[in-house]
Design a protein around this ligand. Structure first.
Ligand code: AMP
Length: 770
């Protein structure tokens, strides 16, 4: 029977658990409970073939390799999941000397992707995480002697939708099917609550999960096997590694003082590459070990000998004493930050410390005595408990939920396979329902991890769903289009995470030109739906035009997002530069067609990118941008040519008319699907032919002036239409003088009218308002 496991995919370590009759943490092939979340790539010669291939090493063996080859070894890939190069934290990481591997834009990716270069090859964070998950899956299969297919994987409570989606992608790449992405603090609460809180008890627990890379907080009420998330908080960029960095700064500062070195960073930077890499690797592990020792001891020493040399070649040895007292002083800002964030969460959800029954400390960094004392001071000593197995708690919670979510499981009494819906075991009559309520998780009520907003006009934010709303949830709100004759509607959705805005996706609606718009405003409804996995679906529809509606799952695609951003930039540029009305109309209809195409870029079933649609859409946007920038529009020229044929056909020679018709057809085709160059060529060809119809062009201008006057100055219109009639008659009767004098009289006024009215600029409206 395919097994269902729980995986704590940690920043520092990963752990696998399974619940059968009993809960069990599965040892990896190295015989350890914790697998370092570390991946290294080695180049290996292909057997019997030329060239090399990559060999991936994961876990302890990779971690041991870090000192030899830091540039091709990655730890803490979780910090990169679902992030892009523009992210300030990623920028910080790249400039940080503790990040020896190369992070760059993915050559085939979008602005929202990044790549880690290992073994000379680009890897997405998802691909690296998948390597860790592959090892967890394969080691579990090895230990269980059975295939593992399903998993509950834990994620920080603070993960946004993109990061969760990246985690799902990593699981899919590793061959695992995800039953649920479970917030880490909820997992810890499950592992704690299941054997501690009785069936009739109701307890509110604050989970304080301070790990290697993240700090997660969650308040849960546990009652009768139900876990209700009341609120989440924390900081996904705060963890034991920050403490390590603080100690490193201290150690380097002390050493600089001892040796009288002005610029320690420069001294390290000047070491040869091998010594430099070795030094950083040694320092990293020495400070971490010192920190861990200080959880038990009152003082410790950090020693790194015979690696660094100064400009004269003299040894610079690191030999620094760190007492617990000094350690607590230097990490005080970090400890204070955890307390402040805890207070903030309680305030956000309108709780006070006395409403918290227990504070559960999990994660390696919660073992630091100063952290424990700070939390005891907040809540009272008797309420605070360190999870008995702090490093394993999260995997245990995941395993318990994975067991609960699997279709079948083994009867704890006789071991026979029973179904989740069986109240009792067919074989031995064991009370399965009672067992699940008392010994397991009955149900989890998740809560929204963030505030969900939509943009209104003038970049105003509108809150759709508030953080900590119980999931699943759905909210429908009415909005209006900014303009009644607006043909594009752009809805931008975003979260606020750690006080910064994070886009979660866009929804665009297009309204066809021939749609009949009722007078006045156009109303719309926007619905935002979040399921228990925090997957977000949005729907929007126009009230007056009910067939203009769309539903979309956000944060799914990357390629479609990139195209939407290009389209948005294109429209913003057009609005900023104030293009003429013809260019604006042309751009609007191109945008409508692009929107329809973008909606087909991501396959709705498989989530894959349809490369040919992607490429052709990218080309369309590129062409639209170039045409708009150069003020090249085909449709007005096509209309002009058709108008000339319809109105003044008898004045044009038959052979020339045939050429014009042919070139109109060619331009129509190139306008719709030709490249930019083909489009321009076809346009120039028609333009040249039209140049040769001589004074018909003058007549067209007079007609246009007449039409402009009809719209703006009706009293002057008759003059131009009379002139057209006179010229027409003159042409039929071959009265050349009459034609010439009428033209000479009217043309200066034509120019004046066209200059005045025919150079309007336009704006592409796409916003919404309340
Ligand atoms: P986790 O992400 O929960 O596995 O936590 C790993 C982090 O906890 C790393 O930064 C470790 O250095 C840190 N850690 C583990 N044990 C201890 C300890 N006894 N005292 C202080 N920090 C620890």
């Amino acid at each position: 029977m395919a097994k269902s496991i729980g995986i704590d995919l940690g920043t520092t370590n990963s752990v696998t658990g399974i619940k059968k009759a009993h809960l069990e943490i599965i040892k990896n092939r190295e015989g350890e409970l914790l697998t370092p979340s570390c991946v290294t790539v080695k180049k290996k010669k292909k057997l019997l073939k030329l060239g090399t291939m990559e060999e991936y090493i994961v876990g302890r063996n990779a971690l041991e390799w870090i000192k030899q080859d830091p540039a091709n070894t990655i730890t803490a890939v979780k910090r990169l999941m679902g992030r892009n190069l523009d992210d300030p934290e990623i920028k910080k990481m790249i400039t940080n000397m503790n990040c020896p591997y190369r992070i760059s834009a993915h050559s085939k990716g979008t602005v929202n992707s990044l790549a880690v270069v290992l073994g000379g090859k680009e890897h997405t964070p998802e691909q690296i995480s998948a390597k860790i998950l592959e090892k967890m899956k394969s080691d579990a299969e090895n230990a269980l002697g059975d295939e593992v297919v399903f998993a509950v994987i834990t994620v920080p409570a603070y993960f946004n939708d993109k990061q969760k989606h990246a985690t799902r992608t990593a699981a899919a790449l590793s061959g695992l099917k995800v039953r649920r992405l479970l917030p880490e603090p909820t997992a810890a609460a499950i592992s704690f609550g299941v054997d501690t809180i009785g069936q009739d008890d109701a307890k509110t627990v604050l989970v304080f999960d301070f790990g290697g890379g993240t700090f997660d907080l969650s308040v849960l009420t546990i009652s009768g096997g139900q876990f209700i998330e009341q609120g989440k908080g924390g900081n996904m960029w705060l963890g034991g590694e920050d403490i390590d960095n603080t100690i490193m700064d201290f150690v380097l500062g002390e050493t600089a003082r001892e040796y009288g070195i002005d610029d320690m960073d420069a001294l390290i930077a000047n070491q040869d590459e091998q010594s430099r890499n070795l030094f950083w690797g040694e320092l990293k592990s020495a400070v971490e070990q010192a920190k861990i020792r200080l959880s038990d001891d009152q003082e410790t020493y950090i020693e790194i000998l015979a690696i660094l040399k100064d400009g004269d070649g003299d040894r610079i040895d690191i030999d620094v004493e760190l007492t617990r007292k000094r350690f607590e002083e230097i990490i005080a800002p970090i400890v204070d930050a955890t307390v402040t964030l805890t207070r903030k969460l309680l305030a956000d959800i309108h709780f006070t410390p006395d409403l918290i029954d227990k504070v559960l400390l999990v994660g390696g960094s919660s073992r630091i005595p100063a952290v424990i004392t700070a939390i005891e001071n907040e809540f009272g000593k008797q309420k605070v408990l360190l999870h008995e197995r702090p490093m394993l708690a999260i995997a245990e919670g995941a395993a318990i939920l994975s067991h609960r979510l699997s279709d079948t499981y083994e009867c704890p009494h006789c071991g026979k396979s029973v179904s989740q819906s069986d109240p009792t075991c067919d074989e031995c009559g064991f009370d399965l329902e009672g067992y699940i309520i008392s010994e397991s998780v009955f149900d989890i009520v998740h809560a929204a991890a963030h505030d969900y907003y939509i943009y209104l006009e003038n970049n105003e934010r509108y809150l759709l769903i508030e953080k900590n709303t119980p999931l699943p949830c759905e909210k429908t709100e009415p909005f209006k289009l900014v303009h009644a004759d607006q043909r594009l509607v752009h809805m931008k959705f975003f979260n606020i995470v750690n006080e910064t805005e994070e886009s979660i996706g866009d929804l665009w609606l297009g309204i066809d030109e021939n749609e009949t718009h009722p007078e006045g405003s156009v109303h719309m409804e926007v619905t935002l739906k979040i399921d228990e996995n925090n997957l977000v679906e949005v729907a929007a529809g126009l009230k007056e035009l009910p067939h203009v509606e769309l539903t979309k799952t956000l944060s799914r695609g990357k390629a479609d997002e990139k195209l939407f951003i290009s389209l948005e930039n294109l429209i913003n540029t057009a609005n900023r530069k104030g293009y003429d009305i013809y260019t604006i109309e042309d751009l609007t209809s191109r945008a409508l067609s692009v929107i329809t195409d973008i909606q087909n870029v991501i396959d709705k079933q498989t989530d894959d990118v349809n490369e040919s649609v992607y490429k052709s859409t990218e080309m369309k946007i590129d062409k639209a941008a170039k045409l708009a920038e150069k003020n090249i529009t085909s449709k007005p020229l096509i209309c002009y040519a058709q108008d000339a044929l319809n109105n003044f056909g008898p004045m044009i020679k038959d052979r020339r008319k045939a050429v014009i018709r042919k070139r109109i057809e060619k331009l129509k085709k190139m306008d719709a699907c030709g490249t930019y160059a083909e489009n321009v060529k076809a346009l120039e060809a028609l333009d040249t032919t039209l140049d040769s119809i001589g004074w018909v062009n003058a007549l067209m201008m007079i007609k246009k002036a007449g039409e402009c006057c009809e719209e703006h100055e009706p009293a002057r219109a008759a003059k131009f239409f009379n002139a057209l009639e006179t010229i027409g008659r003159g042409h039929v009767n071959a009265e050349v003088d009459r034609v010439t004098s009428t033209l000479e009289e009217v043309l200066p006024q034509v120019q004046e009218i066209l200059d005045q009215y025919d150079t309007k600029t336009g704006t592409i409206h796409k916003d919404i308002r309340r």
